[in-house]
Design a protein around this ligand. Structure first.
Ligand SMILES: *Cc1c(COP(=O)(O)O)cnc(C)c1O
Length: 352
């Protein structure tokens, strides 16, 4: 607390990221990073960009990256917005589309950053409970009096996916506000809403290079939607920071988006490891929520999640424990690592 702080600063409840400990080498299964290297083509493109050209500002519009994304999703470049991580894209979308005075609808159990942005922009959250199976119930999103809707598909930290027909139900029920679909994990097995963009001018799909493309370190995310929605985001971005993506990140992100074979290869590996890990953890008595992501949400009927988290940390394995929260207080979120890392996890769990 400082006497220079405004009431606004004092009122904030900032996001707390998963641990990134520097004290020793852990098997990191706590922040949903990829265990695999980024595309070799992306690494090459970034190395080539480390040159005298770094004295120049990057392209403020990120045109090469927008073109690569547009091509990959069969959209026009003016349907693509790029930002410094999807967190930044989300922050701009909240500021631009959801700060209109009415509450913003999102699930009671979802990405915890939404509440933080809501606090930052004085938006009242309208929390819509998941059902007892951790499903989003689309009909709960009808007849809302809200500034917008955020749906995470697949959801985090549960890992559960919604079929496209359910996303469509939510879009149809909310034609006068923006429905933001956060697809951070969609490449690991859910249906993307990108195919609905040309039909629904209120749809904004947000994705990231941090998870499936193994590039959390360069901070690139993007939004896909109607050109008018994208233009709104551009106006905000150019009123805040006109160069959010540096030259090295632009080069790496563009090459990564173009390397679709590599994306498929590492996603397929992660999915295969996930299915194997689910079997092994179930054999140890864990109950696992069906996952369409690169993590699993697990609980054990006779063991305390916090104790497991602490014991694993002791053995050099980090998983995510969210604290004694309602409904999910006895769950752990475990990122899918390599086969070797997951074997180390099951071996450690057996000793507990
Ligand atoms: C990881 C994550 C993000 C943030 O991704 P960045 O692009 O790294 O900022 C956004 N939404 C969800 C649901 C996530 O899990």
């Amino acid at each position: 607390m400082s006497r220079f702080w405004t009431d606004k600063i004092a009122s904030l409840d900032p996001y707390v990221p998963g641990e990134q400990p520097q004290d020793k080498k852990y098997i990191k299964l706590n922040t949903n990073e990829s265990p695999y290297s980024p595309s070799p083509k992306a690494l090459e493109a970034m190395a080539a960009e480390v040159s005298e050209r770094l004295r120049l500002y990057p392209d403020p519009n990120g045109v090469t990256l927008k073109n690569a994304l547009a091509k990959s999703y069969q959209l026009e470049a003016n349907q693509v917005f790029v930002g410094n991580g999807s967190d930044e894209v989300l922050a701009l979308a909240f500021m631009g589309y959801f700060a209109g005075g009415k509450p913003l609808a999102f699930a009671d159990i979802t990405y915890s950053f939404y509440k933080v942005y809501a606090g930052l922009y004085s938006i009242e959250p309208k929390l819509i409970p998941l059902n007892d199976h951790f499903d989003i119930v689309p009909t709960d999103y009808e007849n809302l009096d809200v500034s917008g809707v955020v749906v995470t598909n697949p959801n985090a930290p549960t890992g559960k996916a919604l079929p496209l027909s359910d996303i469509e139900t939510i879009l149809k029920a909310n034609p006068d506000v923006v429905v933001l679909v956060d697809e951070a994990y969609v490449d690991f097995g859910a249906q993307s809403a990108v195919s609905l963009i040309n039909q629904y001018p209120n749809l904004l799909v947000v994705q990231t290079l941090s998870k499936s493309r193994a590039l959390a370190g360069i901070r690139v995310g993007y939004a896909l939607g109607h050109p008018d929605l994208i233009e709104g985001l551009e106006r905000l971005k150019n009123s805040f920071n006109s160069y959010p993506i540096d030259r090295i990140a632009l080069a790496g992100a563009t090459a990564a988006v173009q390397d679709e074979m590599y994306l498929k290869e590492i996603c397929d590996k992660t999915i295969a490891t996930r299915e194997q890990s689910v079997k092994e953890l179930e054999a140890l008595g864990f109950s696992i929520v069906p996952s369409a992501t690169n993590f699993i949400f697990a609980t054990h009927p006779d063991k305390d999640a916090e104790q497991i988290y602490l014991a694993l940390k002791e053995q050099g394995i980090l998983v995510r424990y969210f604290g004694k929260k309602p409904r999910i207080g006895n769950y752990l979120r475990i990122t899918i690592g390599t086969d070797e890392e997951m074997s180390a996890l099951t071996a450690a769990l057996k000793t507990l």
